[in-house]
Design a binder for this molecule. Sequence first.
Ligand SMILES: C[S@@+](CC[C@H](N)C(=O)[O-])C[C@H]1O[C@@H](n2cnc3c(N)ncnc32)[C@H](O)[C@@H]1O
Length: 535
Amino acid sequence: MEVPLAGQQGPQDLPCLSVSTCSSSSPVSSAKPGRVVGRFSTGSGSAQLQFPDCGEDGSGPFDIRSSQLFKLGPVESLCVSEDSNHKRTDEKPYSRAITIRFRTEDESNAFQQAFEYWKKEVTGAGTGTKLENGSVLVSKSKFDDKIEASSAKMYFHYYGQLLHQQNMLQDYVRTGTYYAAVIENRLDFHDRVVVDVGAGSGILSLFAAQAGARHVYAVEASEMAEHARRLIAGNPLLAQKITIVKGKVEEVELPEKADILISEPMGTLLVNERMLESYVIARDRFLVPNGKMFPTIGRIHLAPFSDEFLYVEIANKALFWQQQNYYGVDLTPLHGSAFQGYFSQPVVDAFDPRLLVAPAITHTLDFKTLKEEELYEFDIPLSFKAAVGTRVHGLACWFDVLFDGSSVQRWLSTAPGAPTTHWYQLRCVLSQPLYVMAGQEITGRLHMVAHHAQSYTMYLTLSAKMWGAGAEQGGIIQSSMGKLDLKEPYYRMSQPQPYTWAQDQQPHQLINSQEIALQSQDGIQQGHGLGTQLN
Ligand SMILES: C[S@@+](CC[C@H](N)C(=O)[O-])C[C@H]1O[C@@H](n2cnc3c(N)ncnc32)[C@H](O)[C@@H]1O
């Protein structure tokens, strides 16, 4: 049903079936039972919603700027409003609520759209403040301040499509681990208020409801919120416990605080997409002090690797630009840039852990205490001891997250060698490899700087110290640097995987010999991580 959008000043009437206050289940008095009109208008300098057919007993007027409309079901909504007489700070600020019933789902959707229109366009809420002279002072949300509008548009468009939600749902390592973490820790959910941060299809909200949550607020900014609404309505035993709230966690208001947050905010290398920042903002906005977070901590693991085949593959991509007679044109002036360009792409694929040259180091992010700003720019100092003598081609990275439940602690791991997830692993390949001897120290730094396109620029330095005769004179003999864009990964999953491993082969044996055999690895599904693909 199309909503006839109101002009800035003209009132807009929309039909409802009945209105009841939340303190009583009986409808508030109406002139003609079964014929109630919800009127959106501007009055006393602000946008209001009222029900002129009803009496004064709690049905309005509502100041739309400080009100929220939640869909309780296909033909039922809840309108909660901040009480303007509210003085005490120790009470929940929303103290007035009505339930609105509609004859049809179309009427309900039209009302919802009108509410959102009046909130955004007429009051300027969410995008700015309406000044007395009628102009709007734009004060964007924390999300809009950090993220380019074009990036956000593409991002939420991507997640608004079922096929991409399906890709995540079909990662059974991921979804199965979430399910186990929730159901095995049902004590943490039973009779608790839950907020699902970035609910997508609503799957985690449904898990939380299965675990006995008292109520779940499923916050989702993309159009997927509409699909989630339908999915949840189609599971009626759980639906009554779940409210979909369409909007960004940085902007929406909820009627109560959460005892526990659940979310899947992890991107490639954990931090891609910058959704961890939204998770932390949701914690500060919605979680009770000492409330639980699922996941609770995240860890990035990093180790040097040796992969001659991968290195040659990347270096060879730029060979095209070495042609001196491409239809009579010399392409070589661009060879250097193309070469650097290919090495600026982190490689996403599943690799054999025996390519690692040293035990991994770990960088931990504690979601319960992490500050949002700490994710804008951070440094991971690197220090390894090579287990073998080999060429080091770069840094391999993966992550895991912990669900620190009261009953069971569960890890979701994306490590090489562990069951493959849609995140795979990530490798930063250096254009200048280092040669190391067994036992040699490799040091360096990974400096991560967030950018406005919901990702990071990665600055990697690796150095190998002097080794053997004359080493006591000190000094670093080799150093290699790379600048990579986490938003522009090279998805290599569909490429032939180069290594075959004999059953009895020990780690690093092949690294020493650098024997390379071709093996096609069909059937690996393309993953996603922000860039051309997400998460
Ligand atoms: C990785 S998906 C996870 C979806 C779902 N929770 C699941 O586990 O299948 C992240 C979801 O969060 C949503 N999202 C990302 N940032 C958000 C924000 N700031 N506010 C609300 N939703 C957000 C995206 O649109 C996307 O649907």
